[in-house]
Design a protein around this ligand. Structure first.
Ligand SMILES: [Ca+2]
Length: 314
């Protein structure tokens, strides 16, 4: 009887082991994903290899996307479709403490900012204001893995997979044509950003999961999405690479972004507003940036005579 029992136990153990080893081939890729999601990743990974041909080697894509650090966050797509930018508390950026810190920053980097202003024809006060609103002058650049963010958004671009994670409260109705189009545009955009992310990680030899950014993947002091990095990133200090986590490149990249979108110091306030809206499509954002920059200009004019601002250098 004991031997029969032992036999049964051994049989169960061996069956368990073999079912594990049966799964092993796939389970070694992105082990933290659940088995329902992994096939979608495997498909996406092959598409990515095709789309990045000539830019990023296949074995790089394979290694990164099969890493045990790969995480799937389906709630991101839901959040990105229900996000209300206008409800963010922009008024906080105009509080005296913030204005004061922005002003001290402006003084500290006065010479650098003045050179950037001349080169790009973008007001230095606007550059500092954007930096304050985006990342509190470079202090808060985000804690989310940029790669996992775009990977998650791209995976939920598959409607069959996304349906499983739709909130039950009816907040998102994919039968609604407008919602569905927004969803599809968002998914296409996220997939494009995922490709740029991989290209960035490969070209700049960045440890893939160390690149951190905002909840929707904007990174560095200016909070650029990866495509913006390639379009507007500027190597101000001339070391051969654009570093958005370093002031000279970050400040010049903000200026380059605005200049390429049509900013000039001689524009009317209304037209400056329109350009700033291209940096972040939000009216309260653009208003805050302009109001803060006007406050900074005021402070600068007040303190010009006999002030230490402007002679502190960098
Ligand atoms: Ca640089």
């Amino acid at each position: 009887m004991f031997y029969l029992f032992l036999f049964i136990v051994l049989f169960i153990i061996s069956a368990e082991t073999s079912s594990c080893s049966f799964k092993e081939g796939n389970a070694t890729c992105a082990p933290r994903l659940n088995d329902e999601v992994r096939p979608y990743l495997l498909n996406l990974k092959e598409k990515i290899k095709q789309d990045l041909k000539g830019k990023v080697p296949e074995d790089f894509v394979e290694k990164v996307l099969c890493s045990e650090e790969v995480e799937f966050k389906p709630e991101l797509m839901v959040k990105s479709l229900t996000w209300k930018e206008a409800k963010l508390p922009y008024h906080q950026f105009l509080e005296p403490e913030r204005v004061e810190r922005a002003f001290r920053f402006l003084c500290r980097y006065y010479n650098l900012l003045s050179e950037i202003e001349r080169k790009f024809d973008v007001d230095k006060e606007v550059i500092v204001s954007i930096l304050l609103v985006e990342t509190d002058l470079g202090r808060k650049t985000g804690k989310h893995s940029v790669l996992n963010t775009y990977l998650s958004l791209a995976l939920t671009g598959n409607e069959t997979l996304f349906q499983r994670y739709l909130p039950q409260n009816g907040e998102l109705d994919l039968n609604n044509e407008t919602t569905k189009q927004r969803y599809q545009r968002r998914a296409t955009w996220a997939y494009g950003e995922l490709l740029y992310t991989l290209e960035y990680l490969y070209r700049y030899n960045v440890s893939p999961f160390e690149l951190k950014g905002s909840i929707f993947g904007a990174f560095g002091y200016p909070q650029f999405v990866p495509q913006s990095f390639f379009l507007y990133g500027y190597d101000w200090d001339g070391d051969g690479r654009v570093n958005l986590f370093d002031y000279p490149d970050a400040l010049a990249s903000i200026a380059n972004y605005l200049a390429k979108e049509g900013y000039k110091r001689s524009l009317t306030r209304e037209n400056k507003f329109k350009v700033i809206m291209k940096y972040n499509k939000s009216e309260p954002y653009a208003n805050t940036v302009l109001e803060l920059s006007e406050a900074l200009k005021g402070r600068l004019a007040e303190q010009k005579e006999g002030s230490s601002c402007g002679i502190e250098g960098e």
